[in-house]
Design a protein. Structure first.
Length: 258
């Protein structure tokens, strides 16, 4: 049994040193494109060898995911890639689109292979089977939102997506999992974003800022159960970040209110 109070390490030294890590829960990584949210999640996968690790891709095949892992941190040791169980939902995602099935399947599809569960059913099945204390990364809540009427889709009702997130939070806490969900900032609109935010245990924001005629990545914590209070006590407001080809996501500077 995993203790109720056991935290997950993020694999990012400066963050873990100052916070002790993150409690089990549903944590949203909200990023402006390329601002570091994905690299934050991948760095946790790269460094947490003591946990059972899962990466769920909405649109990419297993091979495409492995390629992304390797190219994200090209000078890192590659043994971590094999420790991650990759779950591809591309067959379900593209089932009702104009994309030819030959683009999705690595082998010639059969009649049986073309039959598929819904995206939400597959995700529910995954959370049912993962061991207690696992780390799960779902690479695109944005892609799921595209299947709703909010973004022109008709396969998932927005209410069902919200119910799904609230249900997932329950099983995550029950099984003491840490689940990272990636969301591209601004795609679903402010009111819908706030609705999503209300279903989670944590929200970590990643954005680009302009400083001295250069662009840099920065991170701040909008919500994080059991950890935000620690950061506020230490008066940390945000973190400057960079992406290292060996170490992955790193924190280069901490900003503190004096």
């Amino acid at each position: 049994m995993v203790p109720e109070t056991e935290k997950f390490q993020t694999g990012i030294d400066v963050f873990d040193t100052n916070t002790g890590g993150v409690y089990p829960g549903l944590v949203l990584l909200v990023e402006e494109t390329g601002a570091g949210g994905r690299e934050f999640a991948l760095t946790s996968l790269m460094n947490l060898s003591s946990r059972k690790l899962f990466y769920v891709s909405m649109t990419a095949s297993n091979e495409e995911v492995r390629r992304e892992f390797i190219l994200s941190f090209p000078q890192s040791e590659k043994d971590w890639v094999e420790r991650v169980e990759i779950v591809s939902l591309s067959k379900e995602y593209f089932a009702r689109t104009i994309i030819p099935v030959s683009w999705i399947f690595e082998e010639k599809p059969t009649l049986a292979s073309l039959k598929s569960e819904s995206l939400l059913e597959r995700l529910i099945d995954l959370f049912e089977r993962v061991p207690e204390g696992s780390l799960i990364v779902i690479d695109s809540l944005t892609s799921l939102a595209r299947k709703t009427e909010v973004l022109g889709g008709d396969e998932i009702a927005w209410k069902d997506l919200m119910d799904f997130l609230m249900g997932i939070r329950k099983i995550v806490i029950k099984k003491k999992l840490l689940a990272y969900l990636l969301l591209t900032r601004g795609v679903v609109g402010k009111s819908r974003e706030e609705e999503i935010f209300s279903t989670t245990d944590g929200i970590i924001m990643f954005e680009w800022i302009e400083e001295r005629e250069t662009m840099k990545r920065t991170m701040y914590i909008k919500k994080l159960v059991g950890t935000l209070a620690v950061l506020e006590k230490q008066r940390f407001t945000r973190f400057d970040i960079s992406i290292d080809p060996v170490a992955g996501f790193t924190i280069s500077k901490l900003h503190r209110i004096i």
